[in-house]
Every structure is written in structure tokens, then in C-alpha cells.
Design a protein around this ligand. Sequence first.
Ligand SMILES: [Zn+2]
Length: 386
Amino acid sequence: MLKSNIKHSNSEHIERVRWKKSGDKTGPVLVLFVGIHGNEPAGLKAIDRIADILNEKETEFGGTVYAITGNIRALELGVRFLDTDLNRLWEVFYTDKDFSLKKNGKQQPSEYGESLEIKRTVDQIIKKHIDQPGDLIFADLHTTSSQSCAFILLNDTLANRKLSRKFPVPHILGIEENIEGTLLSYINNLGYKAVGFEAGAHLDDVSVERSEAFLWLLFYNTGILEISDLKLRKVRKTLEAHPGVPDSYYQVKYHKLVDDPEKFEMISGFENFDVVKKDTPLAYEHGELIRAPISGRIFMPLYQNVGHDGFMIIREVSEFWLELSAILRKSPFHGLLKFLPGVKKINSRSYEVDLRIARFLVRDIFHLMGYRVTEKDENTLICYRR
Ligand SMILES: [Zn+2]
């Protein structure tokens, strides 16, 4: 195979497709997103380092890789976003809202323009590879405002679980029920595998190292690239979670939403995945103390004054639940869901649940069966098969 040099721009000039590398046309196609948040440069640095290494020597590529840049304007300025969060607006693509509207020739907000361009790039990639036998796989690289070990976020489909399981980090299931409009959910709804990788704190050097390690392991796990045993051990070691944080699956049990991040202050010192007991003081909002409503592990505590997710509390999911759900999802049990009390079938993929009749177990049953459960109103749940 001829060596194909990766052309990538330097950091002064950021392009949407930062680089592309292809080898075996029948292999999988990997699409990597970096810098969806402009204050998270670690992913961008990692893909640039990888491009340099790949350019140095001839490598046999078992598929195709695209590295896509996220919020270009925000990256240039080093801010999370300019007008609105680029990772919270993807829900709009399911509505009739006209995204192409411009005011005075400028896209308003700026992130609408960014998302339209990213969507166009994704559409082009899908169109180009749709007839190829290999899998299309997407990964979105981020970092957190708090100190953290590396972890993976995924919508709970069996295909996503299979992909994420091979990484020695904690896995958080079903985040899309708590955070709406993410790029990952958008990709998942198109029917492709997608995982989010969170490398650690925004500006830590180790976040760049972990992002790079994640990518090498992703190349290896998908069969895109062979790597030596020595390198494999090294990247796994770089990714491994802190002692005391098992690399198992977790579910979000509580989500603290914040209307005004300027009026919210997390008590200092919490690291992602720290164990908290019920009633532990966690934050102040409008000067009032907020305590943990349940016990568990603190997740994504907000240590920046942008964003509306104050903190979450997560708990480990048992191996038994994971296995049972894998069996049930492949079974004809879906056909029986409509007979549950208070459950009404809307179409082949979704159900409406009347909570005045159904009560809480229904939420667990739908989760077990792989449905996304969201609240339509106080008394109604919408369950959508992922
Ligand atoms: Zn982010």
C-alpha cells in the first residue's frame, strides 16, 4: 500500500475535516469528533499527535478514519461556545425548525452554522460509505471541568455496549435521557454505533495522553490498525481508572439541573466518581445549601460557570441486569409490553406510559428492554426503542 500522507492544518487554521486516512475499503469507517466544546482542546491535540505519528512511517490501515473538528470559532477563542452549546442542539434536526435562517448574512446563533456544517460532513461520509460492508462507527472526544479518570458515555444499545466494553474505563449508560440534543444521540438515532469519550480535566496534559490512548485502542479494537503487545499494554495502562472506581457500567440516578450557572457553586474538592452519602453537602444555589438527595457516586460536578448540568449521581449496574437485558432485548418480549397496565403503544418503536396507573417498575422494565425513557409531563413517560 502506498503511503498516503495525512494533511492536517496547524492550529492557527482549523478545518472541518482535520484529516482523513484510508486503507482497506472493506474495513470499518471511523468518524472522530474533537472540540465540540471549544474549551476542550485535548482531543484536537491528540488527533494531531496521531496524524504526526502516522505520517512518520508507512502503516497498513484496515479501514478509513475521519477526524472532524467541532466548534471551530469557539476553539479559536478557547471558550465552551459562543452563543449556545453545540452539544445540546441536535434535537432540532428532528423538528420542522428552519436551521438555515440567517440574520444579516450571519448564522444566529453561531453554533447553528457549525452544526449545519458538521451535519453536512456526516451526511457526505455516510453517503460515501453506505454501500461498503464495514461498520460505520462514531466517537466524540471531550473533557470535564472537574478532575476525573477517563470514562465512556453511551446510549444503551447492545451494539454500543459491545464497542465500549473493550476499554478499561467506567461506562455510563443512558446519558441521553438526562442530556438532550447531544451529537451522540443524533448519530445513534441514525442507527450507527457511537460512544463519547471523556479524558479528564479540560487542560490537564494527561487528558491529551488519555485521548491519544483511547484512539489507538479504538483503532485496534475495530481492526483498523494492528498495534504491538507492548503498545497495547501501555495504552491500557494510560486509560485505566483510578483505584476505587470499577471499570463497570453505571446509570444516572439523579440529575441536578441549574437554571443560572452564575448562581450555582459546587463545593470545591469533588472529583468525578467520588462516593457520596445521602445528605452530603454538595453545592450552593442562590445561596442555599444543596445536599445529595441519594447515595451513590458524584458525576460531572460543574466547576465552570457555563452549562446547566450541576451534577449527577450515578450507581453501578449489576452484571445480572446487563445480561438479563441482553437476553430480553433479543427476545419476542417486546410484543408483550403493550399489555402492561397504563402502557399504550404509539408506533412500532415507542410507547406512552400513564404513571398514574403504571407506577415505577415500568421505567425499569423499559430500560431493561433498551428503551430511552423521557418524561413528557408529570404523569406521562415516553419510551422509545433505541
Ligand atoms: Zn465537552
